[in-house]
Write a protein that binds this ligand. Structure first.
Ligand SMILES: C[S@@+](CC[C@H](N)C(=O)[O-])C[C@H]1O[C@@H](n2cnc3c(N)ncnc32)[C@H](O)[C@@H]1O
Length: 272
């Protein structure tokens, strides 16, 4: 396991994933019934952007660094939460900040150091369970939740060949066990061919009601570079598509590299 999220925390891909995640959670929390959130690849929870790996790469400067001052309306909720949290909040910290009494969060993280950091942060928190457990195995073991309402965030590191196929299989397995759940899965866009194949595999998977939200900050031509990213959402809550389009447009305006070929897209991969 070589991937360490600390090098990338707060970059444009985190901004996109976290801004959309917050919208999805707010939508689930509109109804009073308890919600279960499963964060399958949780990372360490919080990141100091002014020191260590994040400071060395400086990726956050082209991400959250461009949003903190005077955020556009579509990003105000996300940026407000980041500001309120102090250290840059990863997905577990953002989710925890929004949980209501009676909601639950389960975080899975395989890296020993990052998992230990999560256990320190959430060890005494009765609403949060931290597992040093394989994400793909957790999709079988922890679903369906007793609440019967919830969101599953799947955010793999894409270190290995075949991660897109792994993700399709994981989404299918999770959705088969928890058909009413909202699933959100992040993916990288380096160049188009693997993304097209991934979309086609999802469209053929039998899963219903899937949309993909995409942002690319420069044309996705260089397979060695993260040029953009997407979030596949199964069972998107009412209003997701127009709200996500506004969030993506605001992100592109601040984070796009002002080259031809940058852009956003909302793509429906399967109907309800
Ligand atoms: C992209 S990072 C997660 C970032 C986090 N979701 C966030 O938004 O703040 C992916 C994480 O998955 C962990 N990981 C990799 N393979 C895993 C697996 N099979 N099961 C659980 N965690 C895994 C890595 O150690 C890494 O911390």
């Amino acid at each position: 396991m070589n991937y360490r999220h600390a090098f990338h925390a707060g970059n444009f891909a985190d901004c996109m994933k976290h801004a959309l995640l917050i919208w999805l959670l707010r939508a689930l929390f509109r109804k009073p019934a308890p919600v279960f959130v499963l964060d399958t690849h949780a990372g360490r929870g919080r990141y100091d952007l002014t020191a260590g790996p994040a400071e060395r790469t400086g990726e956050w400067r082209a991400g959250i660094g461009r949003l903190l001052d005077d955020p556009p309306a579509a990003l105000a909720d996300y940026v407000g939460l980041v500001r309120a949290e102090g250290l840059y909040p990863g997905s577990p910290a953002l989710i925890r900040a929004l949980l209501r009494e009676g909601d639950r969060l389960a975080c899975c993280e395989l890296h020993p150091e990052d998992c230990a950091a999560l256990k320190i942060e959430f060890g005494r928190d009765a609403q949060v369970a931290v597992h040093r457990r394989d994400a793909w195995e957790a999709l079988g073991a922890l679903l369906p939740p007793r609440e019967r309402r919830g969101l599953v965030l799947i955010d793999p590191p894409y270190e290995e060949q075949g991660e897109f196929a792994h993700l399709v299989a994981g989404l299918h397995a999770g959705w088969s066990r928890f058909r009413g759940g909202v699933f959100a899965a992040w993916y990288p866009i380096k160049h188009r061919a693997p993304v097209r194949a991934f979309h086609a595999a999802l469209a053929d998977s039998g899963i219903r009601d899937i949309v993909a939200a995409e942002l690319w900050v420069r044309e996705p031509l260089d397979p060695g570079r993260l040029n953009g990213c997407g979030l596949v959402v199964i069972n998107p809550p009412y209003g997701f598509e127009p709200a996500a389009a506004d969030i993506l447009a605001a992100l592109l305006d601040r984070l796009g590299e002002r080259e031809s070929g940058e852009g956003t897209a909302m793509i429906r991969l399967a109907n309800e």
